[in-house]
Ligand binder design. Structure first.
Ligand SMILES: *Cc1c(COP(=O)(O)O)cnc(C)c1O
Length: 381
């Protein structure tokens, strides 16, 4: 018995474990998938329309357009806004490469900006300072699941006549004040990659917007530039970026559980915050007004690689989001940039600790204890 307890104690802690979330929806998904197989309606149809309707309602927008993935959501949204060659789009440099791919695929040029040192999010002041005569839009990234002050960002952007696209791929259900992620900007772009807070059983994405014209354009762009008037009416250069019915079924099944899963994440993040020694393992700050959904639990440590290796030796798997700021990633270097000191410093310190809704309190305690011990050891050396 004692030996068993010790073995359990030494068991490894994965960075992410999707098994419990999958199990929660398995019966419902299996039933609905069986119905779908009977109907043979694999593209479009009721399942997709139903999820789009549910997702728009959840986000507090009038429209949602399902697409194939989050990268397409960003790329097609920028195109639907008329942004392309010669246009500049502000992008925080500390994001997943997909944010930048969306801009470049639309034909526009990213202009990389720095972020707030405490939240690692873009601010209205940074936007204001970075705009040039060619700047048409800003992509605001709700990194790690937290939103910046969207009211101030929207009023700054309106004054500067910039479109605002929210990259909400890590922020399903996050709020600023009473507004949900995706509901502030011209559009909100979501990825439903399996590891996201709302994840499909494969690739999927969506765009939410309150603008019916933008929604109509997106519906056309994702489906070969078709117009509503006919299957063979191709009115613009589109592409194929449709949301699969099989995935829409999974997303509808999971959506009913999203709030409770996000609450669980918030509780675990609160526990990390309480247990971690903030002098050596400093979590990214959360601002009053923001209710984050903790897609990731990110702390900053000195000698990150050594901390990471030593955590691995005690069975704790961690991640880095992201090791190379986007302005230094090879395909994006040609866009040039000023020095971005906050992003560049943070890239060497950030460490993503294990985080998923069904993670046990005991595991969080073990990660926190090990992190405190290891990080204080390396910082004393
Ligand atoms: C996951 C992610 C995306 C891209 O999503 P895909 O569905 O993988 O294309 C875009 N932006 C951010 C911030 C992400 O985390």
């Amino acid at each position: 018995m004692h030996q068993e307890a010790m073995d359990t104690d030494r068991s490894s802690i994965p960075f992410l474990d999707l098994s419990a979330t999958t199990d929660e929806v398995r019966p419902e998904v299996m039933t609905r998938w069986a119905e779908l197989l009977d109907s043979n309606a694999f593209i479009g149809g009721d399942a997709v329309a139903r999820f789009e309707h549910q997702w728009a309602a959840y986000c507090g927008t009038s429209h949602a357009v399902g697409v194939a993935n989050g990268t397409d959501a960003l790329h097609l949204t920028l195109r639907a806004l008329g942004i392309g060659p010669g246009d500049e789009v502000l992008v925080p440099a500390n994001t997943f490469v997909a944010t930048v791919e969306g801009v470049v695929l639309a034909g526009a040029s990213p202009r990389f900006v720095d972020v707030d040192p405490d939240t690692l999010l873009v601010t209205p002041e940074i936007i204001e300072e970075a705009v040039t005569a060619n700047t048409r839009a800003v992509v605001v990234v709700h990194l790690y699941g937290q939103m910046p002050d969207m009211e101030r960002i929207m009023s700054t952007a309106r004054r500067l006549q910039l479109h605002v696209v929210e990259d909400a791929a890590q922020a399903h259900g996050a709020t600023w004040g009473t507004g949900r992620a995706g509901s502030f900007g011209d559009a909100g772009c979501f990825s439903f990659y399996p590891g996201k807070n709302l994840g499909a059983f494969g690739d999927a994405g969506a765009v939410v917007t309150g603008d019916p014209v933008l929604a109509e354009r997106l519906s056309s762009l994702r489906d070969h530039g078709r117009s509503r008037s006919g299957h063979h009416e191709h009115t613009c250069l589109g592409s194929n970026s449709r949301l699969d019915a099989l995935q829409a079924v999974v997303l509808s099944a999971k959506l009913g559980r999203l709030d409770s899963w996000n609450r669980a994440r918030r509780a675990l993040a609160g526990l990390y915050r309480e247990l971690l020694d903030e002098d050596v393992v400093t979590m990214v700050q959360e601002r009053p007004g923001a209710t984050g959904v903790h897609h990731l639990a990110v702390a900053r440590v000195a000698q990150r690689e050594r901390v990471r290796e030593q955590l691995a030796t005690v069975g704790v798997t961690t991640g880095i989001h992201y090791p190379t700021p986007c302005h230094l990633v090879p395909p994006f270097r040609r866009f040039g940039h000023a020095r971005l000191p906050v992003v560049e410093r943070a890239a060497g310190q950030i460490l993503s600790l294990p985080m998923y809704p069904h993670m046990s309190i005991e595991k969080v305690e073990r990660v926190a204890t090990a992190s405190n011990r290891i990080a204080s050891g390396v910082s004393n050396r």
